[in-house]
Each structure stands twice: as C-alpha cells, then as structure tokens.
Ligand binder design. Structure first.
Ligand code: G3P
Ligand code: MG
Length: 243
C-alpha cells in the first residue's frame, strides 16, 4: 500500500449510517474519526443557506417542493431524519451556520454548491464565509465550474475545487485552463487513475475523489496517492487506514 495516507472526508456526514446532511450525520462522522466533512447547500427564498443535497424537500424531509420557494421559517421545523430511520425522528434541516457551529475550527469542510440561483448563492456563501473567519477551513466545490470561477474571482482568499464525473484527457491541464487558482480536483472515483493523480498532485492540486465506499475502491484510491477520500462510511475507511 502507498505510504501516503489520505484524509477521511465524511460524505454528507456519515450518510451510510445516519440521515445525510443532518447535524446527527456530521456528529457521527466526527465521532468516527473523519478529518473532513462534505455537505451540499441550497438557498431559501429569504436568502438563508440550508444544508441539503436535493433542491426539493420531498426525498429527505416530510416537506415538499423546492427549498428556494420557501422561507426559512417554513422549513426550520421539518423532519429530516425519519425517512432514514425512526431513531432519527426529529432531526432537522440544518442551516450552514448551525453545521459550522457544530464542527470544530480547523476541521476541513467541503461545501458543494448545487445551484447558482442566479448568483445569489455565491454572494450569500461568500458573505457567510467572510463573517465566519473560517475561509481557511473551507473548500467550495461544484459541478458548475463557472460558479467556481466566479467565486474565486470575487474572493481570491476562497479555496475552490472542481467536481466532475468525466474521464478527462489531462485533469491537471483542465484545472489550469480555468484561469483562476484551483485548490483541488473532486473526480468521481471511476474517472481518475494513478497517473492522473500523480500529475495533479505534482502540479500542486489536492485530489478528493467521491463517493468511495467499498474496500477494493478504498485500496485503489489509497494506492493512487489521493489527498483525501469522500466516503459515506468514515468509520470503515478510518479502520482501514489505521491498520
Ligand atoms: O462532493 C462530492 C459528491 O457529493 C458529489 O455528488 O451528488 O453526492 O453531491 P453528490
Ligand atoms: Mg455532494
């Protein structure tokens, strides 16, 4: 096995064992030894940043419709736990601020922007991060690379990452052509090979593949020298890395 040990990044917290993107899920990921957390964000009608994967409430809460069509006061009491298991009944949709309050300073936080919301998300997120004084802890990623470029242009102090699920010819060169300083690559784990990781790392990029849950895939990603692994099962990966 490669001697380099990647950091363990809990996907939506510990989404394999707790309702994704809830405070319970983030707390469990930390308890299991995650050194970083990945979470997804959307914005409410009144500009609050809510942590949720889907744009709509239906799959993971007892509400329905789009987050962006509701104000925070309409969302704050929704149940975001019982869809996963009765044991989590009463878990709520968290605001990004509440997740930051839970996570200790210095813990790596990967905020994935799901939609631009006509630029409102970028503005709200940067305002929040500036106020939090935790810019250093955070990497903002998105499948929307134009959002990523705009965020970096608006705030050079922000760290940004490119999310993608394409087997690019040259991963590092793609980041280079963004025209802004990219901190990290976040490829689907099927879309990156050892030589791509080596080239990216040697050009100064961190590499955080998602979402890696099986032992064989953990071994493959560790051997390829990635900087961190995004997983639904932080305890499983932690155990393997501790061997
Ligand atoms: O950020 C990595 C991963 O979360 C991207 O896909 O759909 O799980 O948000 P998704
Ligand atoms: Mg995500």
């Amino acid at each position: 096995m490669n001697k380099h040990k990647p950091i363990v990044i809990g996907h939506r917290g510990a989404a394999g064992e707790a309702p994704e993107n809830t405070l319970a899920s983030f707390a469990l990921a930390m308890k299991q030894g995650a050194e970083g957390i990945e979470l997804d964000v959307h914005i409410t009608k009144d500009g609050e940043i809510v942590v949720c994967h889907d744009a709509a409430l239906d799959r993971t809460t007892n509400g329905s419709g789009l987050i962006c069509e509701h104000s925070w006061s309409e969302l704050k009491s929704l149940d975001a736990g019982s869809w996963f298991s009765e044991a989590f009944t009463g878990e709520r949709l968290p605001l990004l601020r509440e997740v930051f309050d839970l996570l200790p300073r210095g813990l790596f936080i990967n905020v994935e922007v799901k939609h631009a919301y006509e630029g409102r998300m970028e503005k709200a997120l940067l305002a929040f991060l500036r106020e939090s004084s935790r810019m250093e802890d955070v990497v903002i990623s998105s499948f929307d690379h134009k959002v990523i470029r705009r965020i970096k242009q608006a705030e050079p102090g922000a760290k940004v990452g490119l999310l993608y699920a394409a087997n690019l010819i040259d991963h590092a060169a793609y980041a280079e052509q963004m025209g802004v300083d990219v901190f990290s690559l976040h490829p689907h784990h099927h879309c990156i090979e050892q030589e791509d990781v080596a080239a990216a790392v040697s050009s100064g990029l961190a590499v955080y593949p998602y979402t890696v849950n099986d032992l064989a895939d953990y071994h493959r990603m560790i051997a390829s020298g990635v900087s961190g692994i995004i997983t639904d099962y932080p305890a499983r990966l932690r155990e393997l890395l501790n061997l």
